[in-house]
Design a protein around this ligand. Structure first.
Ligand SMILES: Nc1ncnc2c1ncn2[C@@H]1O[C@H](COP(=O)(O)OP(=O)(O)OP(=O)(O)O)[C@@H](O)[C@H]1O
Ligand SMILES: O=P(O)(O)OC[C@H]1O[C@H](OP(=O)(O)OP(=O)(O)O)[C@H](O)[C@@H]1O
Length: 335
């Protein structure tokens, strides 16, 4: 089947084609009942039960496709959106400085809107230097060689430090983009952590999650450029805004379900106020009278990560028959 000719009328939804975000993104699509079959080696898949086509793209390219309105929705890292935006500022700056930018010309309406955080892919883009070295702060690296895949964010980070050193604090985005750096930013496409040991760079700007890669390479973090996690983004003018809303509501429901459990217990009415302070629910707890006068049953959503403490505290205020249930899906309450 010629898939490209079947895209007409379908909302285009970009998903990372490989790497750290792929599996969690696929799990989210499954939870949202977005059904598709991806043919071997094809980067487009038609969704069977909705007028959507999935486009599998490198996470780094998704902000470009969504930002230019070629694709309506996308899942990628916040770091990638920030890098893309910094790249757009760098291009605008180059055009301004070369005189190509005409007076009064408006920037193209580029960029994307964040719909929601997705609760996975947490990591930090950090400035790293050799543990056994002479650098302790970002400023110590001014004028040095920096290896990174995030060239535009690194450029703006060092532009800020260089301008601060020259006495200009609070530089705006275009001043950062316009800066001719003393620091040399070296673009690397992977295995960035090897750059210092191999003598290519004095420091690097790279992603850190557990810190294992950094530690194994004999590096330590001295500053954070961006705190990131996976996000759902949409173009500024999606082809089908209702469908975007529907997908966002479904994905929001799955995320809430993953994040919360349902806690139910019985408690004496006299202790109800103490108990509901511990389980206020997302909006309010559901309280039902029991046959046994003086007792009530309470049911409330509780964040999964807090549930053990919540159960301890409920026991302390005299709650009994405490049970915790997994939530399969939700709607109408975003995470
Ligand atoms: N160690 C990590 N832990 C959590 N999230 C990460 C981690 N590394 C990267 N990410 C997130 O996943 C996104 C994609 O990174 P990943 O390294 O998987 O990309 P990729 O598409 O495989 O590209 P590359 O070929 O450059 O490795 C990053 O932008 C970041 O948001
Ligand atoms: O702090 P950690 O948990 O060790 O994770 C950090 C590593 O993960 C990412 O790389 P990835 O393994 O995705 O491969 P890459 O170097 O090819 O991008 C990132 O670029 C770091 O190298």
């Amino acid at each position: 089947m010629d898939l490209v000719n079947h895209l007409e009328g379908r909302l285009l939804f970009a998903v990372p084609k490989k790497g750290r975000l792929l599996q969690a993104a696929l799990n989210l699509l499954e939870g949202a009942d977005i059904q598709f079959r991806r043919e071997n080696r094809l980067d487009i898949a038609l969704v069977k039960n909705l007028p959507i086509a999935l486009v599998f793209l490198p996470a780094a390219d998704i902000p470009t496709f969504v930002g230019e309105g070629r694709v309506d929705l996308g899942i990628t890292g916040y770091d990638q959106v920030q890098e893309h935006d910094a790249g757009v500022r760098a291009v605008a700056s180059a055009r301004r400085q070369s005189g190509e930018w005409k007076h009064g010309e408006k920037a193209k309406p580029q960029g994307c809107d964040t719909v929601m955080e997705l609760g996975f892919g947490a990591c930090k883009l950090q400035v790293q230097v050799p543990v056994k070295g002479e650098y302790a702060t970002g400023k110590d690296l001014i004028g040095k060689n920096i290896g990174t895949s995030f060239v535009h964010l690194a450029q703006e980070y060092f532009a800020r430090l260089e301008l601060e050193q020259e006495g200009l604090v609070d530089a705006d985005a275009s001043q950062l983009a316009d800066r001719k750096l003393k620091t040399k930013i070296i673009e690397l496409s992977g295995s960035v952590e090897a750059a210092c040991a191999l003598g290519v760079a004095d420091g690097i700007v790279d992603l850190v999650e557990s810190g294992e890669t950094m530690k194994a390479a004999g590096l330590m973090a001295i500053d954070t450029v961006v705190d990131s996690s996976a996000i759902l983004i949409k173009s500024k003018a999606p082809s089908n805004p209702e469908m975007v809303e529907l997908i966002a509501a479904r994905i929001g429901g799955v995320i809430t379900a993953q994040k919360y459990v349902l806690c139910q217990y019985n408690v004496e009415r006299t202790r109800l106020a103490d108990a509901t302070k511990i389980t206020p629910g997302k909006r309010a707890p559901t309280v039902t009278s029991l046959e046994d006068e003086g007792w009530v049953a309470v049911s409330a959503m509780v964040e999964k990560k807090r549930i053990a403490t919540v159960m301890d505290d409920l026991t302390t205020v005299g709650a009994t028959d405490i049970i915790v249930l997994d939530i399969h899906n939700t709607r109408g309450s975003r995470a």
